[in-house]
Write a protein that binds this ligand. Structure first.
Ligand code: MG
Length: 357
């Protein structure tokens, strides 16, 4: 192939997903301020707020006691992760039919590559519209989509006009689309990095794109070069369809949220030991270690590290788990669930990569 045709990537994000599922199960909740999360008298936290609740200033991660003060009629619903998972599977099965490649990145988010299904760009927009309609009408879940030539921009676009949004960034318009936005809109640039950039007078992606490469590299190393690419609207990461990988993992939900580093590291070590024992019992070695952490507000992260050599050393796996944890844990934020796992027993993987999404 001599001509390079731009990719067509859709990012799908279900709107206020936990709340939308609750409305689906009980239509009387429709249009009402609801918050999924823990009880206010038990130091509960809002895991998700419906759009009517957001009008009162209620948002996820807020203490439920505060939500009740902001809206006395708020309807509090305990989380039901089983039914969220069920609906997630239904949505992804529907999406799969329209996708060349489907990469699910969380319970309510996915990248869809439709490049080979389209004759021109408008076809990609049509696929996105039809997906949006199918999920909203046939399943009953409101959703927002971004259509762009790469994952980074599609993800930013889907977030721009929530709920029920459809934002299209045509080929060639990547840079002008990004220019006025905050660097923090880019997945991979977190609040800490945004603060550092702000001290360099960089508060928009346009300003980031104008920083000389040598300065970015001197200050932030390889990550600086990655940021420079992103600011130009470049992102070559493929949409990856994950195989069903066999993994061995162990996780624990705490009766009370924990924010003590010593305690968390001790638990992490115990979890690693159990995982390694099971790994060895099965006479396996792994090429990937991952950790999972869920904060008090149900915000959930997994971080992983892969390497060329398969290992089963208790010390190595425990050390990697600790390293991943220290990388992923933000600012002593209280944790309600911690998990450690290993995978990739017999397949080759790219070495030394930590997932950005
Ligand atoms: Mg969502």
């Amino acid at each position: 192939m001599t001509q390079s045709i731009p990719r067509a990537i859709i990012h799908l994000d279900l709107d206020a997903f936990f709340c939308s599922v609750e409305v689906l199960k009980n239509p009387e909740l429709n249009g009402k301020p609801i918050a999924v999360g823990g009880q206010p008298d038990k130091r509960g936290v809002v895991a998700a707020a419906s759009y009517p609740a957001r009008k009162f200033g209620i948002h996820s991660a807020m203490p439920m006691s505060r939500a009740v003060k902001l809206c006395k009629d708020i309807i509090i619903i305990p989380p039901n992760f089983k039914s969220y998972k069920t609906y997630s599977v239904i949505v992804m099965k529907l999406v799969e039919k329209e996708a060349d490649l489907l990469e699910q990145i969380s319970v309510d988010e996915a990248f869809i590559d439709v490049s080979s299904r389209i004759g021109n760009w408008e076809d990609a927009v049509e696929i996105a519209k039809s997906l949006q309609n199918n999920i909203a009408v046939n399943i009953g879940l409101p959703n927002s989509l971004g259509v762009a030539t790469n994952k980074m921009i599609a993800k930013i676009a889907s977030d721009l006009n929530k709920p029920n949004g459809l934002t299209v960034v045509k080929p060639g318009e990547e840079r002008s689309f990004l220019a006025p936005l905050s660097p923090q809109k880019i997945s991979g640039i977190g609040p800490k990095m945004a603060e550092k950039l702000a001290t360099m007078n960089v508060t928009t992606i346009r300003e980031l794109s104008k920083l000389p490469l040598n300065i970015l590299e001197a200050r932030f190393g390889k990550f600086g070069l990655a940021m420079a690419n992103w600011a130009q609207g470049k992102d070559d990461r493929p949409v990856r369809t994950y195989r069903e990988i066999k993994s061995i993992s162990n996780e624990r939900t705490f009766p009370k949220d924990i924010s003590s580093k010593e305690e968390l590291l001790m638990i992490l070590k115990q979890l690693s030991e159990k995982v390694v024992k099971r790994l060895r019992d099965k006479e396996l070695k792994a090429k990937r270690v991952f950790i999972k952490l869920r904060y008090y507000d149900f915000d959930t992260h997994t971080t992983q590290k892969s390497f060329a050599e398969a290992i089963d050393s208790e010390e190595m796996i425990a050390n990697i788990a600790e390293e991943l944890f220290m990388f992923a844990w933000s600012n002593n934020k209280p944790i309600r669930l911690l998990g450690v796992g290993v995978s990739n027993f017999n397949v080759d993987t790219k070495s030394g990569q930590t997932e950005l999404f």
